[in-house]
Write a protein that binds this ligand. Structure first.
Ligand code: ATP
Length: 237
């Protein structure tokens, strides 16, 4: 499989803090790749760097043959990367429908947009029932569905997901992971950041373990799940 996304020796600083210390990783077309690691390991920083919200000091990022290291976030969205941000960050004072429409703000194909809204509603019937509801009044799980739906409205080839299970009841976590699998089966490649290492490894083809700004381990997700070191540190023994 061809490499879709490649990070090559990325370094990120917050002032004097060297948050990302030379990360190289690859996501191939069609994969689900998980990035796991403790709090503060640099998972969100990595995703935010890929989508252009944070500038790396060194290193390069290539997406489908384009060097995107210095592109603006909207241009990166246009090339086919969209993010479901940590904590959802939907527009809380707008309706469900308006949030979805904003997800397509870079597109001009009105018919395609309408069709994709219907696709999101098919995937998330609860959003259809609530399309005129103010998004801030949705439950946590519904807000996560809306955040995913909004990201899909950009028709991404690569979807970056930051802690989609955060704050959700176990039954909803299962549901969200099923949805992630379905989205992937539909042809969208996924880079997933998760604290829930067990779920993240169960769903992924490959995974990377991040420790204080560098990659400590990488490999097929099933092999990492069987690795005693990973079990001890991330899977509760
Ligand atoms: P979590 O699972 O807790 O979300 P994470 O793995 O996503 O953690 P990051 O949020 O990427 O980790 O943070 C990596 C490091 O960079 C941490 O030490 C964090 O304190 C630091 N950091 C993140 N954002 C900033 C910022 N805006 N200014 C200064 N330091 C930051």
């Amino acid at each position: 499989m061809a490499a879709m996304l490649e990070l090559n020796d990325i370094h990120v600083f917050y002032g004097a803090i060297h948050a990302i210390q030379g990360i190289s990783l690859t996501v191939r077309e069609g994969e689900i790749v998980s990035l796991i690691g403790a709090n503060g390991a640099g998972k969100s920083t990595t995703l935010n760097t890929i989508c252009g919200l944070i500038r790396p000091k060194n290193g390069s990022i290539t997406f489908m043959g384009n060097d995107i290291t210095h592109l603006s976030p909207p241009d990166i969205v246009k090339l086919g990367i969209s993010q479901v941000p940590e904590g959802r960050r939907i527009f809380t004072n707008m309706t469900v429908l308006e949030n979805l429409e904003l997800g397509a703000y870079k597109r001009t194909d009105k018919d395609g947009i309408r069709q994709d809204i219907e696709d999101v509603y098919r995937r998330f019937p609860r959003l259809k029932e609530r399309q005129r509801q103010i998004a801030g009044t949705l439950s946590g799980g519904e807000q996560q569905m809306l955040a995913i739906g909004r990201a899909l409205m950009a028709r991404p080839r690569l979807l970056l997901m930051d802690e989609p299970s955060m704050g959700l009841a176990p039954i909803l976590v299962k549901e969200i992971f099923e949805i992630i699998k379905e989205i992937n089966n539909g042809g969208t490649t996924i880079l997933l950041v998760e604290q829930n290492a067990r779920m993240a490894l169960s769903i992924a083809n490959r995974a990377y373990v991040l420790e204080t700004g560098h990659i400590a381990l990488e490999g097929p997700a099933n092999e990492l799940a069987d690795n005693p070191q990973v079990q001890k540190a991330y899977l509760g023994g």
